[in-house]
Design a protein around this ligand. Structure first.
Ligand code: SAM
Length: 463
């Protein structure tokens, strides 16, 4: 028996759209909304190695379903950017990229509606180390969360901005790939989130659709001719999906591309020349998702990236902090040092117009003769293995993340605190204590010692 007390009514028109699309009865579809939704994670392969002993997400190499939803906040590896908790359906972005984007080329990529960073962290794992991702989130508070998640993910080839799409479209900056994961009416969230049902209305669908068109029109000039635009929503209705694609190809010179599917749970629809891919609640154990890809007509100019354009600056950096390679270049700003993606000097100069919140990875800062390593260095995939490390147990790791002072006698100096050999942050050893330098704003606020029974780490799923 289904428990209708806890479930709000799914709007009739939503059920009828789904029923039309699938041919399944609206009763069966309604029933599927009552089922608890699966939990999935995407692993950061630059931090966690080896296969997890879990059900694989068939359209994402690093995606796995968990058997239940744990308290992720109690896993130090979650805070270390070793994996990202993400809806399995959203991970289908991977197939879209692999089938249509030349991923071995240096690409300028824009993730236009990026917070909290699910697609952005995924994009970083998929594009080459030479490529550059610009992640934009118009709402400033959400841009900070985006920054936090990207810093934790640890890739240097990214920048974060917080701009209205029209400002980016008018900036004269051009991208090879633009991802528009648009704000939407959220019908795909009904299964997890009852509140989403309360917020739903026909008027809001109309409003969302118009806003999506505005966003697409505003950003279109920032897409290079021959470049790709990926449009996605987490809603099912045609007004925010097919109707907008139709509108897009009428307004602009673009062609919708088709995908090969390797999983018959994914629903493909073709209307006119639009190929649409949907993840529906009665087919996939995940939230709902819609995605489609366009190619802007014209010849793509690949002038944004310049091989070896950045001079290797002589920078005063303590040895053995970073594993530098030809794709990054260190830069000094006052006493602070950061690494920037190499080959993008001109592009990044242009990006300054959009007043970026951050570019690349902050390594640290000179304080007189002491070099104070930044939190971002601890999280960086470029951190050197030769840094002095202290491996913590689970409780100590959570203490460290809570910024509790650790009493321990170690040789003096900066130490990298690790859990399961994945870096969490820095502490400075003085006498018999370790001064905690985990980033203040990220401090874990959770009395983990009271939650012994919930203690969890993804580590337990490794073979
Ligand atoms: N891509 C994200 C991910 O994978 O984690 C989720 C993005 S969410 C579906 C849509 C985002 O668009 C929200 O963060 C929202 O703040 C932002 N947004 C809202 N209004 C917008 C607008 N007018 N232009 C651009 N983005 C907007």
């Amino acid at each position: 028996m289904r428990d209708s007390h806890h479930m709000h009514q799914i709007p009739e028109s939503v059920l009828s759209v789904l029923s039309d699309l699938t041919g399944d009865s609206s009763g069966a579809i309604e029933e599927s909304f009552q089922q608890p939704v699966g939990t999935s994670v995407r692993v950061n392969r630059k931090k966690l190695h080896g296969e997890l002993n879990l059900e694989h997400v068939s359209w994402c190499d690093s995606g796995y379903f968990l058997p239940h939803r744990p308290n992720f906040a109690l896993d130090p590896l979650f805070h270390a950017g070793a994996y990202y908790v993400q809806e399995a359906s959203s991970m289908f972005l991977e197939e879209v990229l692999k089938q249509h984007i030349p991923l071995n080329e240096p690409l300028a990529v824009l993730d236009l509606c990026a917070a909290p960073g699910g697609k952005s962290t995924h994009l970083l794992s998929l594009i080459s180390d030479e490529s550059l991702l610009v992640s934009n989130e118009v709402i400033r508070a959400r841009a900070n969360i985006l920054s936090e998640n990207l810093t934790k993910w640890g890739y240097p080839n990214q920048a974060v901005i917080s701009r209205d799409p029209s400002v980016i479209g008018n900036s004269g900056i051009h991208f090879d790939l633009v991802v528009v994961d648009a704000p939407c009416s959220g019908e795909g969230l009904f299964r997890r989130d009852n509140e989403a049902i309360n917020h739903w209305s026909e008027e809001n669908v109309q409003l969302c659709s118009l806003r999506q068109r505005r966003i697409l029109a505003d950003i279109w000039p920032a897409l290079k001719p021959g470049g790709w635009l990926i449009y996605s929503t987490c809603t099912f209705n045609k007004l925010e999906n097919e109707e907008n694609l139709k509108w897009l190809s009428e307004q602009f010179d673009a062609e919708c591309l088709r995908l090969q599917l390797n999983d018959d749970r994914i629903l493909e629809t073709e209307e006119g020349n639009y190929f649409c891919y949907r993840f529906l609640p009665n087919r996939v154990n995940s939230e709902g998702f819609f995605i489609s890809i366009f190619k802007k007509n014209g010849e793509r100019i690949t002038d944004t990236f310049q091989q070896n354009s950045s001079k290797r600056n002589k920078i005063d950096l303590p040895p053995d902090l970073l594993q530098l390679n030809e794709n990054v270049t260190p830069q000094k700003m006052g006493d602070s040092i950061r690494v920037l993606p190499a080959g993008w000097t001109n592009f990044l100069n242009q990006l300054e117009k959009l007043r970026p919140i951050s570019i690349g990875t902050t390594v640290g800062e000179w304080k007189g003769k002491d070099f104070r390593p930044d939190q971002a260095l601890a999280n960086s995939v470029l951190i050197s293995e030769r840094i002095a490390q202290i491996e913590l147990d689970h409780d100590e790791a959570l203490d460290f993340l809570s910024r509790t002072e650790l009493r321990r006698s170690e040789t003096p100096g900066w130490k990298l605190m690790t859990f399961d050999h994945v870096a969490l942050g820095f502490a400075k050893s003085i006498g018999n204590r370790l001064n905690n330098n985990f980033r203040k704003e990220w401090r874990l606020r959770l009395d983990h010692r009271q939650r012994k029974g919930e203690i969890f780490s993804i580590h337990s799923f490794f073979n």
